[in-house]
Design a protein around this ligand. Sequence first.
Ligand SMILES: Cc1c2[nH]c(c1CCC(=O)O)Cc1[nH]c(c(CCC(=O)O)c1C)Cc1[nH]c(c(CCC(=O)O)c1C)Cc1[nH]c(c(C)c1CCC(=O)O)C2
Length: 390
Amino acid sequence: FTAPSSPRRNARTTALPSTPVAEAESAASTTPCEGDRDILVRSARGEVTERTPVWLMRQAGRYMSAFRQYSDKYPFRERSETPGMAIELSLQCHRAYGMDGIIMFSDILTPLPTLGIDFDVIKGIGPVISTEVKTEEDVAKLGNAEDVDFDETLPFIREILGTLSKEAEEANTSLIGFVGSPFTLASYTIEGKSSKHCLDTKKMMMADETGESKAMSQFLDKIAVMIGNYACHQIECGAQVIQFFESWAHQASPKQFSEFAKPAAQKAMAIVKERYPDVPVIYFANGGSSYLELQRDMGADMIAVDWSVDMAEARKILGPDVPISGNIDPTVLFGTKEQIEQAVRDCIDKAGGPGNRHLLNLGHGVMQGTPEEAVGWLVDECRRYKGKDA
Ligand SMILES: Cc1c2[nH]c(c1CCC(=O)O)Cc1[nH]c(c(CCC(=O)O)c1C)Cc1[nH]c(c(CCC(=O)O)c1C)Cc1[nH]c(c(C)c1CCC(=O)O)C2
């Protein structure tokens, strides 16, 4: 399988309505500013930038008809583990909207098989993990995290990121790598699938606290080492920034976050920062906005916030100098053009104004069913907005 075509430089393709007005408007508004290649990376590092950069979580996804032409036909793992297809799916949204970053089409679960944990993504159900991990014996049976050879176990990653790195350079945009945070990957594995209450995970944390079984902390340790090394591998293959997804932070109480999720994420992020101090790390805890103050000192360069906290409040809690990402409610994209543009301006203003150590994003992923043109309105308004007083 080979990717059909390489992207034109920051060009819009077919995703938007093709009325002459829309075409003229979008062509004008996405003309690339020279020097944009690293604006996202610089903002994640905490530099003040000439405008606020933008990308969207799940920007590669089923809301795009071009994406559905693949997702309707090929199973998830085939799509994400076949370089030609994964590359094409990563690039489609950038060709359509010209975000400031391309994120590789992959999944947080993709590296689990390196430890002997098997998964699949089943249409209509979601991710399903078949390897049981509940006891200390189960953890001990998993692979050794210290010496995973990612080129051997996940050979497609180097090819995907290597090609995307060239494509991103050509398109004058950044290349984003990502990993799941240890607590999220551990709880996904323990539960075996999406879970409302994560009861087994919670029981394991309680058993860990009493000392009855250390399976949870041993499992987190193992995943933290593998994930830290996997993030480094992505950097070696071309990723310029790494986002950590703590997607199940809403399952952890502040105490459980402090005792389990936080130290494990810190351990993984420290592996990255020790080897690649200049590569920024973004930490996103979905549902973690009620304990934002606990995230300030984790060692991440940038904190990404979910949509349930007002950006002005998040700014206040984290402080004016902490690089921040987020946090428009994904459902805003089902609103009118005016509502979407207003949400962009509000979010940027509340984060401290254009380019003020802020990377615009949604507060969670783009939802299925989102109108394709709405994503363009958001991206365009972010690039256009010069601030309240301009
Ligand atoms: C929790 C989580 C997962 N995967 C991911 C997270 C963290 C983000 C979040 O909090 O939502 C991360 C992820 N998953 C995917 C990306 C690609 C890059 C991007 O555009 O952001 C990223 C960054 C593609 C994907 N990964 C998946 C899809 C949808 C299914 C498909 O394409 O077949 C996509 C676009 C599969 C997947 N994988 C996962 C879920 C919940 C699903 C959806 C299941 C379903 O709705 O059927 C686990």
